[in-house]
Design a protein around this ligand. Structure first.
Ligand code: VGL
Ligand code: ZN
Length: 213
């Protein structure tokens, strides 16, 4: 039978208050995640989480190029925003948020491990050269529909959603479960429009609860 899963994107300490790449109100997404986890568990739907998981000298780090964080450059032939060092493997900052109901997470997909290329999407690296294990995990369980939320709206959520749509998944985005980096102030709003234009359906948590049996 066709199944649905909740995909929690990068709900990690480094994207929350006090973290290396803190996103405005990032922590506020954790309550939304826990509510959706309960909702999915009650219906027997799978819960997955992703983790940005970089080696200490990852090529997306501004520190590796002697440039200021949030400047633009190139990595492996692709345009790249250079970031503060963040989500370094095994560090506190890379852990899932302590208030997230982590016991309910059935699988964790790690990405960004190759130092030569960044990986925003939970499915592929930014060059679509290598796959994570996410698609195989979903296929094995007949999962064809995703509920997606997390951090950051304008990077990992957006590229995960666009790849999922391209792969043929039905995608529902819970907007109040997302917060963005907003290097430019409208980036998150733009990202939601791109996701919707590509075929995602956007819901607030309240809309979702009201409209889905
Ligand atoms: C992310 C920037 C760099 C994200 C990860 O999770 O959206 N953004 N690495
Ligand atoms: Zn990263």
């Amino acid at each position: 039978m066709k199944q649905r899963a909740l995909l929690l994107v990068d709900l990690q300490n480094d994207f929350c208050a006090g973290g290396a790449l803190a996103v405005y109100e990032g922590d506020s997404t954790v309550d939304v995640a826990n509510t959706l986890i309960d909702w999915c568990e009650a219906r027997g739907e799978a819960v997955l989480a992703t983790q940005d998981w970089h080696p200490a000298h990852h090529g997306s780090f501004a520190s590796q190029h002697n440039v200021e964080p949030f400047t633009q450059g190139e990595l492996d032939g692709l345009p790249q925003t250079f970031w503060p060092d963040h989500c370094v493997q095994e560090s506190e900052g890379a852990q899932l948020h302590p208030l997230l109901n982590r016991a309910a997470v059935q699988a964790t997909i790690r990405k960004g491990e190759n130092p030569a290329i960044d990986s925003y999407s939970a499915f592929f690296d930014n060059g679509h050269r290598q796959k994570t294990g996410l698609e195989a995990w979903l296929r094995q369980r007949d999962i064809v529909e995703l509920i997606v939320m997390g951090l950051a709206t304008d990077y990992c959520v957006k590229f995960t959603v666009l790849d999922a749509l391209q792969l043929g998944y039905t995608v529902n985005v819970i907007t109040d479960g997302c917060r963005g980096v907003n290097v430019q102030p409208q980036d998150s709003a733009q990202a939601f429009m791109e996701m919707a234009a590509a075929g995602a359906t956007l819901y607030t948590l309240a809309d979702w609860q009201e409209t889905q049996g």
